[in-house]
Design a protein around this ligand. Sequence first.
Ligand SMILES: NC(=O)C1=CN([C@@H]2O[C@H](COP(=O)(O)OP(=O)(O)OC[C@H]3O[C@@H](n4cnc5c(N)ncnc54)[C@H](OP(=O)(O)O)[C@@H]3O)[C@@H](O)[C@H]2O)C=CC1
Ligand SMILES: Nc1nc(=O)c2c([nH]1)NC[C@@H]1CN(c3ccc(C(=O)N[C@@H](CCC(=O)O)C(=O)O)cc3)C=[N+]21
Length: 290
Amino acid sequence: MPQATLIDGKAIAAALRAQIATEIAGIKAVSGLVPGLHVVLVGDDPASRVYVASKEKLAVEVGMNSVAHRLPADTSQETLLATLAGLNADDAVDGILVQLPLPRHLDTAAVIDAIDPAKDVDGLHPLNAGRLAGGKVDPEHLLVPCTPLGSMLLLRSVLPSLSGLEAVVIGRSELVGRPVAQLLLQADCTVTIAHSRTKDLPDVVRRADIVVAAVGRPHFVKGDWIKPGATVIDVGINRMPDGKLAGDVDFAEAVEAAGAITPVPGGVGPMTIACLLRNTLTAFKARRGG
Ligand SMILES: NC(=O)C1=CN([C@@H]2O[C@H](COP(=O)(O)OP(=O)(O)OC[C@H]3O[C@@H](n4cnc5c(N)ncnc54)[C@H](OP(=O)(O)O)[C@@H]3O)[C@@H](O)[C@H]2O)C=CC1
Ligand SMILES: Nc1nc(=O)c2c([nH]1)NC[C@@H]1CN(c3ccc(C(=O)N[C@@H](CCC(=O)O)C(=O)O)cc3)C=[N+]21
């Protein structure tokens, strides 16, 4: 069995950002306006700091305005909601992302409900999640969660047609598992959503032409679970004791069986940020025309 094709998320994300930059330059030349992305970070989780810094840098690189709102860890629910109300009311704000997870004293669902759905570039507001679940809206014009959207773009880079393929998603979170399953269903895959109570998980995964792993456990998916030739999207980002990142898939094993596979780092992660920028542009166009 020849080794799998490596799906180069880093390169595909860079190409997507270049496309976004060109489109923004065109809009700016005509209207003088550029999209504004606002990221709200509560507390000083070191991993979140790194992500927020990287989102800011790449937003500026494509020509957006980028603002990070860094609030102390003991910020009250009222103060956070007031911050969001201010961003909702500000016409120069096109995209709002609240970095998750929030400190435990905050009510995450209520915070997400308070984001204007038209500015919800994470696609997590119940209105956007509901539209996605309804399956009737074109993802081009809907704010779809960034990691699932990026995962689909990576899949499409190696599989021109997804119709009729067996897809197994491991994980059912609101941020990743559920929305990626909705997108696969919309692409006419036969979709199975597996989770911690799934029986005989290795056998379930062995049916899959497409495996999406979003579990949060390093090297969880083994090589002998992968049907020969399957496409494997590894969403997991796990920090190992040696400081390196590991995916949810045992890459060294799976690369021997898969037809195509994403690496970690350099796979889904960079696509998540590129899709955040794309959603910000989508929100800008929907709100301000262009
Ligand atoms: N690349 C990127 O840009 C991003 C990467 N991530 C990464 O993706 C991974 C998943 O994130 P997220 O969805 O937020 O995580 P969650 O912890 O919210 O969800 C994990 C899911 O995995 C399931 N699960 C846990 N253990 C098992 C098991 N033994 N067998 C089968 N299923 C299991 C859980 O099942 P149950 O529901 O039953 O508990 C749950 O549905 C993490 O590594 C995270 O860091 C996340 C966001 C963006
Ligand atoms: N509201 C919200 N939306 C999110 O989308 C969100 C979030 N909160 N909280 C945290 C997770 C995690 N996440 C990542 C984004 C990019 C990389 C990324 O670019 N990773 C690089 C490596 C980066 C490194 O080396 O640390 C890669 O995989 O190649 C990773 C993880 C978004 N998340």
